[in-house]
Design a protein around this ligand. Structure first.
Ligand code: CMC
Length: 391
């Protein structure tokens, strides 16, 4: 064990070779399969990017049409899944329900994916993208007391997200193109981020040859935490709290700097980005544009901007290279689209899904060995057992 290097949080450990996402934290560069995030967020749609991440190349027109159609084949959910959904209390957090439902899919799809078959992989990708989207929106509908909805085959994947979330049986749902565009952009920006906590979780669970749904389910659980994807919900709650507290951002900056106070500035800081998070830049701009286009004036956006400004001028944040991350402004857009804050991390999960799938396939196809880190033992030396009546 003399050879083991200790690296808590794997801050300097590469766990794999990967050809999916390139990230340069010093320069704020993020690329999927060689395409810059700025280019993709501006010009691509979410399914194109999903295809790119999973299969390595942008789809041709035909491939994209087929992909959309093949996803449609899997959008029906087993009726018995509804009983499982009914079992959750109304107060359950959407991420907990989503992780459970994703895991429950294994019960209805018990056969493992044969990773040496391209056809099986392709079908598994379509199936996962299809079922996850429907279940994610059902979590919302159940909590709101709406009847469950079905995928509309005349619409695209992102349009279906809106339809599945918000359609009511008595009125056709008409989506707003501003909202559709914003969603494509947000999902694309979340679609992959190399070996982050949830993706590493998906890979390590999959490395034991556990199934795709089981691996994705653990990714959802990892994403839920407030230091990871759960930050987007925490940000909006923090901004609301500041607003209700009279908008005194300086007070919260002081709290965040106070080492005796567990409070952190949510949506700030990143393990890898040390100058800026390119996703946050795009989202900040999009927040302005979307709210403007929808004619929404959200005082929380002003608080966020003020908070960012004060933090970026503060020595504490400067010296630690803490900048707004992807979660800082995203919630403000979600809110403008009518998505409740407890669903924000589910939005992140829908966006991250193609990345999880791509990374799982890469790991399995590459024949990676089981993930099994070592440790440095710091516990007791050998002791003799003492019977309970002698302790
Ligand atoms: N507010 C106040 N201080 C902070 C913050 C923050 N948001 N983030 C980091 N610091 C301080 C931290 O206390 C430490 O200070 P010191 O050197 O004096 O001990 C220093 O900055 C380095 O932080 P760290 O915790 O060692 O850094 P890390 O790489 O382990 O953690 C992080 C990265 C993202 C977990 C952390 O910055 C954080 O907790 N941020 C708030 C939660 C958040 O926004 N998470 C979303 C991450 S981005 C996308 C995603 O995964 O969802």
């Amino acid at each position: 064990t003399g050879m083991i290097t200790l690296d808590p949080g794997y801050k300097n450990t590469g766990s794999c070779e990967s050809a999916i996402t390139y990230l340069d934290g010093e320069q704020g560069i993020l690329r999927y399969r060689g395409y810059s995030i700025e280019d993709l967020a501006d010009k691509a749609n979410f399914l194109e990017v999903s295809y790119l991440l999973v299969f390595g190349e942008l789809p041709t027109q035909d491939q994209l049409i087929n992909f959309e159609n093949d996803i449609r084949k899997y959008t029906l959910i087993h009726e018995e899944m509804k009983d499982i959904i009914d079992g959750f209390p109304k107060s359950a957090h959407p991420m907990g329900i989503l992780a459970s439902l994703t895991s429950a899919l294994t019960a209805f799809n018990p056969r493992p994916v044969n990773v040496s078959s391209e056809k099986e992989i392709y079908n598994a990708v379509c199936k996962t993208l299809a079922k996850f989207l429907v279940l994610a929106t059902w979590v919302h509908r159940k909590r709101e007391g709406y009847p469950l909805s079905y995928y509309d085959n005349t619409k695209g994947y992102v349009e279906n997200f809106l339809h599945l979330m918000f359609a009511i049986p008595t009125e056709p749902y008409k989506e707003n193109p501003i909202i559709v565009d914003a969603l494509h952009k947000l999902f694309i920006l979340h679609a992959d981020h190399e070996q982050n906590c949830s993706t590493s979780t998906v890979r390590i669970v999959g490395s034991s040859h556990a199934g795709l749904f089981a691996s994705i389910s653990s990714g959802v659980s990892a994403l839920w935490g407030p230091l990871h994807g759960g930050a987007n919900q925490a940000v909006i709650e923090m901004l609301e709290a500041i607003k209700n507290d009279g908008g005194d951002v300086e007070k919260y900056i002081l709290k965040a700097k106070d080492k005796d106070d567990p409070f952190r500035l949510m949506g700030f800081g990143h393990r890898v980005y040390k100058n800026f998070d390119p996703r946050a830049r795009i989202i900040k701009k999009a927040a302005d544009e979307v709210l403007d286009a929808l004619g929404i004036d959200d005082p929380v956006l002003d608080i966020a901007k003020k908070l960012e400004k004060v933090a970026l001028e503060d020595e504490y944040f400067k010296s630690r290279n803490l900048y707004p991350n992807v979660d800082f402004y995203s919630g403000i857009i979600y809110r403008a689209l009518g998505i409740p804050s407890e669903m924000f991390t589910v939005m992140f999960a829908i966006g991250r899904l193609p990345g999880w799938i791509a990374q799982w396939i890469e790991m399995r196809s590459g024949g990676e060995p089981i993930g099994r880190p070592r440790q440095i033992y710091v516990g007791e030396n050998l002791r003799s057992f003492v019977p309970v009546d002698k302790r």
